[in-house]
Design a protein around this ligand. Structure first.
Ligand code: HEC
Length: 163
């Protein structure tokens, strides 16, 4: 009996391991992670925040999940107007703004020298894998793998960081 149970446990563990590695395979699927980098952006189109919010992936986004995702950002960033720079710069009003433009924040050279604007498109690639989007930056954040979570977070940020 006991050895049967042991076998069952081993089988369960193996199934679990198999599921996990399946998931890993799906997660490492390149389609989930934007290939876009700061160097391959090309010309940018910058819209009004309200126009982004009208786009389907943001108008239909789950704000609750977005707010939950934003908790980790808040460890290092304020999102509100007049917020202080902490480990990272205050992010109020950053959509449409140039990268590295927040007064009084000591950016890394790569962020200071980069030349692009923050839009949902650049945000999405940055949040997926900051180190790939802009190698050498100082944001200690591995990234958000699921594109749906990024959409929810970006919708939330469009709401709360804009006037
Ligand atoms: C562990 C701290 C930390 C966490 C967590 C973190 N950041 Fe950052 N973030 C930074 C730092 C530090 C910088 C500046 C990087 C540099 O200068 O290279 C930065 C820079 C940024 C910038 C560029 C700002 C500008 O003025 O150009 C954006 C946008 C940003 N973070 C968004 C986020 C979002 C959204 C999250 C949550 C998913 C997040 N960050 C999580 C530390 C953090």
């Amino acid at each position: 009996m006991r050895s049967d149970l042991k076998l069952l446990a081993v089988a369960a563990l193996l199934t679990l391991a198999a599921c996990t590695s399946d998931q890993d395979d799906a997660r490492s699927n390149e389609q989930e992670i934007p290939r876009l980098t700061a160097a391959t952006l090309g010309e940018q189109t910058v819209l009004e925040v309200s126009e982004y919010l009208a786009q389907v992936q943001y108008s239909r986004a789950n704000r609750k999940n977005g707010a939950a995702q934003a908790q980790i950002c808040k460890a290092c960033h304020t999102l509100t107007e007049g917020g202080q720079n902490m480990i990272g710069p205050d992010l109020h009003g950053f959509f449409g703004r140039s990268v590295g433009a927040r007064d009084g924040f000591d950016y890394s050279p790569v962020l200071r020298n980069a030349d692009f604007r923050w839009t949902p498109r650049t945000m999405d690639a940055w949040l997926a894998q900051p180190g790939r989007f802009l190698p050498g930056n100082r944001m200690m954040f591995a990234g958000i793998m699921e594109s749906g979570d990024r959409d929810d977070l970006i919708a939330y940020l469009l709401d709360v960081t804009s006037d």
